[in-house]
Ligand binder design. Structure first.
Ligand SMILES: Nc1nc2c(ncn2[C@@H]2O[C@H](COP(=O)(O)OP(=O)(O)O)[C@@H](O)[C@H]2O)c(=O)[nH]1
Ligand SMILES: [Mg+2]
Length: 313
């Protein structure tokens, strides 16, 4: 195999600038100059983490574990506390299954079939282009399927990304059945021995039941050709959507089994902390993060590196 991982700490850091400012300022205010961390400091810390959108449950668990970690060591100063908080925050992401070791199981499935779902404007099509590029850089052949058949412009948008990523694209006439596009994409991948088939779907309001049930239909269409497919169903959420993203994720996971999250547009928001509550609420691992509009801007998700980038000055 030829693993390619797009991990670029400096770019990640830059992308998280707004979120880091929000988080780091509050945490620094709570901890700076404290020789030992007392309960009052813990409360300030709690406030800082909550106002960084991290979500109540995650914050409570993080602080509880931080307390017991500190209780078991001699050094309970500012530095030790910060270190413990970071470790615990990363642990919360790992708890939902995120890991730096994640690799799509391309060796076990050919084609490896990925469905990309989410609400309108979340960043799906852009993410499909970036994903295709990452696989291409790993030496894999890729086909993308334009199953957003509702808008005439959707095909063109995906074609532009496919061209940038230098991969094949399969589109059908606007108004075609999205399941048919998905089916033909996988069929073409099989026939031509293509490694990865990525199906882009139309944005749908998580409140519209008929569109949501169509997702199940798309999944069943590809399973007719490949019983184990789709091998991944990624939900793309806008990193700036906060609590709203939690609700989206809940509705989507009712409509179709989700295997991972992709959090896009983290570069545009100060609400990056919401990523913690999203994967905690759904118990679904984050697999990739989008930190820019360029084709190279989809990074593999490493929980520890992410937390490091959220705090690192
Ligand atoms: N800054 C930034 N913009 C993004 C990112 N991902 C997507 N976008 C932008 O979000 C907008 C909607 O993206 P699109 O892929 O069309 O969303 P879709 O409706 O879910 O397919 C576009 O303007 C993208 O350029 C990202 O990681 N960072
Ligand atoms: Mg789209």
């Amino acid at each position: 195999m030829n693993p390619f991982k797009n991990v670029n700490f400096e770019k990640l850091k830059r992308g998280l600038t707004k979120s880091r400012k929000r988080l780091a300022a509050g945490v620094a205010e709570a901890l700076t100059g404290k020789a030992t961390i007392d309960e009052e400091t813990m409360e300030e810390l709690e406030e800082a983490l909550i106002s960084a959108d991290i979500g109540f449950d995650v914050v409570e668990r993080t602080l509880e574990n931080t307390r017991s970690r500190l209780a078991n060591q001699a050094d309970r100063g500012e530095g030790a506390a910060l270190k413990a908080v970071r470790k615990e925050l990363a642990a919360q992401l790992e708890r939902a299954g995120a890991t730096a070791d994640y690799e799509p199981a391309l060796a076990s499935h050919k084609p490896f079939v990925i469905l990309v779902v989410g609400v309108n404007g979340a960043g799906k099509t852009t993410t499909v282009g970036k994903l295709a590029r990452n696989f291409k850089r790993a030496g894999k052949s890729v086909i993308v399927g334009a199953a957003d058949t509702y808008r005439a412009a959707a095909n063109e948008q995906l074609e532009v990304w496919a061209e940038r990523a230098e991969v094949d694209v399969l589109g059908m006439a606007p108004g075609s059945d999205p399941s048919a596009v998905a089916y033909r994409t996988v069929e073409t991948a099989k026939r031509e021995g293509i490694d990865v088939a990525i199906v882009d779907t139309a944005g749908r309001l998580h409140t519209k039941a008929n569109l949501m049930s169509e997702l199940g239909k798309i999944g069943r269409a590809v399973a007719k050709l490949e019983p184990t497919a789709p091998h991944e169903t990624f939900l793309v959420v806008d990193g700036g959507a906060g609590q709203n993203a939690v609700q989206q994720a809940e509705r989507f996971s009712e409509a179709t089994p989700l295997t991972g999250l992709i959090v896009a547009k983290l570069d545009g928001t100060a609400k990056g902390g919401a990523l913690f509550r999203i994967c905690d609420a759904l118990d679904i691992p984050v697999r990739y993060v989008g930190v820019g509009e360029g084709i190279e801007d989809l990074q593999n998700f490493d929980p520890r590196l992410f937390v490091e980038a959220l705090f690192n000055e």
